[in-house]
Design a protein around this ligand. Structure first.
Ligand code: IMP
Ligand code: MG
Length: 186
């Protein structure tokens, strides 16, 4: 099933990354993580809901034993712009104390979501904490979020697909693309 077969694909003005390009990059990230965390107790932590599509592919490209957990965070967006209001809707289930945590996120925009989630994870006292983010948006931000593993750097545009939504839709598109203006009802 290719992206072109999806009903909502006609709403995409420009494809930034195809299914194949994403697959290859995720494989590379998986290889890198498998090498860096060899012999260490690794916990992948993803953020609901956008991060889980990436997580599901990434964990299958990691060849060392590891576990995963999810945190719930909602950022309230007026249309496509971040309002900066974020709430945590679910904490971790696993005990990560003394474990090596990699936070798996779909996109870094203002950085407010990651900033809050990093604070929450640090309260659980992991041995180490790094970020693996699929997309790093070229958005002016005050917060400095150090990302160790980045999938792609993208321009400051609103994107959908591969877990990323607009009003909860488009998460199932296998590619990542820019939504046509006419489909944005802010
Ligand atoms: P931040 O807190 O501004 O960094 O925004 C992070 C969250 O907003 C991400 O986890 C996404 O869920 C959402 N987000 C940011 N940019 C986009 C986008 O271009 N498309 C869809 N969702 C986005
Ligand atoms: Mg998200």
């Amino acid at each position: 099933m290719t992206a072109e077969n999806h009903e909502l694909f006609t709403h995409i003005g420009k494809v930034l990354y195809s299914e194949e390009q994403i697959r290859q990059r995720v494989q590379e990230l998986g290889r890198e993580l498998s090498k860096d965390y060899q012999g260490k107790p690794l916990v992948l932590v993803s953020i609901l809901k956008g991060g889980i599509v990436f997580l599901a592919d990434l964990l299958r490209s990691i060849t060392i034993p590891h576990v995963f957990d999810v945190i719930g965070a909602s950022s309230y967006r007026g249309g496509t712009i971040s309002t900066g209001k974020i709430s945590i809707t679910k904490d971790l289930d696993l005990d990560i104390r003394g474990k090596h945590v990699v936070l798996v996120e779909d996109i870094l925009d203002t950085g407010k979501t990651l900033n809050l989630v990093l604070e929450l994870i640090n309260l659980h006292e992991p041995a180490s904490l790094e970020i693996c983010c699929l997309l790093d948006k070229d958005h002016p931000r005050e917060l400095v979020i150090p990302i160790k593993y980045t999938g792609f750097r993208i321009p400051d545009e609103f994107v959908v697909g591969y877990g990323l939504d607009y009003q909860e839709k488009y998460r199932n598109l296998p590619c990542i693309g820019v939504l046509n203006e006419e489909h944005i009802h802010a």
